[in-house]
Unconditional design. Structure first.
Length: 416
């Protein structure tokens, strides 16, 4: 078994000689076996243990077990206590997700602090099969079918070449004890239901079920680069950029890949594709992104991405030397001070420089082919009730500089 793990590490370039490897050790069978095997293979090991303080005395028991194990193996051990339930409540996420976030955030902090090269976790073939089933139940594309990779950034999984039965047999052979998390036997999470009920049933139907599912994930991982290249080529051909694409250009697959990782649901994706191209103004939001349909185009941006702080600076000048979209010059004697700056509102109108009649600011921006996102962010400077400058675009003709102007007011915006 050690030889197989060594071959797997070498095949996927998970570790190099001399690397410092941080091993996440819960006290369960998988992580305890990983600790032993990596140590026996000659890697420099340091252990990390998370006490999530969710199981009372059982959590403390696991901590004490891991501490004693590492002392007996002469392995440095670092232990961290987390207020997991409080974190989950504050961030409005599940306990399972909170524990995952806290664990990996701390693991990476320790990696930097200790100068380690990677973090090893003990996911194996059974976990891979469960992940594949979990993704299928929730709904997934090819990316979800690929499951967990041997290496994902600084996280490595040397045990994806082994199944649970092999790990347990190994621990029995070396006489090594381990702890059992009682919550793994409860059916309160979907993953546990899959592990306790669905996978055993699949193995009854086909004893090779776990092996086959894990192998499917491997094939998907190997196929992924070709699939991704094809998706990127199609997007380029259809004129789809990371932030913009014609609604008519998207197939369900292209839309799913375009929005992947942005937090949009499968339901939202279906709704987007069902909307008519003339449905300008239709909006969808995820936790961190917003998507807008504007004149047949889908526009994507990170929420708050362009919400910068803009400061209006005014000064009286003798000449109009500075030029640019961030500067405007007005007839000071026509201005009612102080000036105010705000975002444009429905019904706003002004007389664009060079014109004699009023125009709605919204129509003016439409003529400039501004997107709805840009319209919503557009700011105007007002003198009393009058708009004197559509910031960065056009000043009001009524306040222009003329040969009879005696005093010039310079406006400048400073974006922080």
């Amino acid at each position: 078994m050690k030889h197989r793990v060594k071959q797997y590490i070498e095949k996927h370039h998970l570790l190099s000689s001399g690397d410092i490897v941080l091993v996440g050790v819960s006290g369960g069978a998988d992580s305890v076996a990983l600790l032993h095997i990596l140590l026996d293979l000659g890697y420099k090991i340091e252990a990390l243990h998370c006490n999530f303080q969710l199981r009372g005395e059982e959590s403390d028991r696991d901590e004490a077990f891991v501490d004693t194990l590492c002392q007996n193996l002469n392995i440095p051990i670092f232990i961290k206590h987390f207020s997991t339930a409080e974190y989950a409540s504050e961030h409005r996420i599940s306990i399972e997700m909170a524990a995952r976030d806290l664990r990996y955030e701390w693991f990476r902090e320790m990696k930097t602090l200790l100068g380690a090269q990677c973090i090893a976790v003990a996911h194996h073939k059974d976990d891979q099969a469960e992940t594949l089933m979990l993704n299928l139940v929730r709904g997934t594309g090819m990316r979800g079918l690929a499951g967990m990779y041997p290496k994902n950034g600084d996280i490595i999984r040397p045990f994806l070449c082994l199944n649970k039965r092999e790990i347990l047999n190994y621990l029995k052979e070396i006489g090594q004890e381990y702890t059992t998390d009682s919550t793994n036997l409860e059916r309160e999470t979907l993953r546990n239901v899959i592990r306790l009920d669905i996978m055993p049933r699949l193995e009854q139907l086909n004893p090779q079920a776990i092996e086959n599912l894990a192998n499917t994930a491997r094939i998907m991982q190997e196929s992924w680069p070709y699939y991704q290249e094809s998706i990127e080529t199609h997007m380029q051909q259809m004129g789809i950029t990371p932030n913009k694409g014609a609604l008519a250009s998207f197939t369900p697959t292209l839309l799913h890949e375009w929005l992947y990782g942005k937090g949009f649901s499968a339901t939202q994706e279906k709704e987007i594709l069902s909307v008519a191209s003339d449905g300008t103004g239709k909006r969808w939001e995820s936790m961190n992104y917003q998507l807008l349909l504007d004149r047949g185009y889908l526009l994507l941006e990170e929420r708050g991405e362009n919400e910068s702080s803009t400061e209006l600076i005014t000064e009286y000048v003798d000449s109009m030397t500075d030029q640019g979209s961030d500067v405007a010059y007005l007839d000071a004697e026509k201005i009612l001070m102080p000036l105010t700056m705000r975002k444009t509102q429905k019904g706003d109108r002004f007389v664009p420089f060079g014109m004699t009649g009023f125009k709605l600011v919204s129509d003016f921006l439409t003529d400039l082919k501004c997107s709805l996102f840009e319209k919503q962010r557009q700011q105007v400077v007002c003198s009393g009730e009058d708009i004197v400058w559509v910031v960065g675009r056009r000043s009001d003709n009524r306040y222009r500089i003329t040969p009879s102007t005696k005093k010039i007011l310079k406006l400048r915006i400073n974006i922080n």
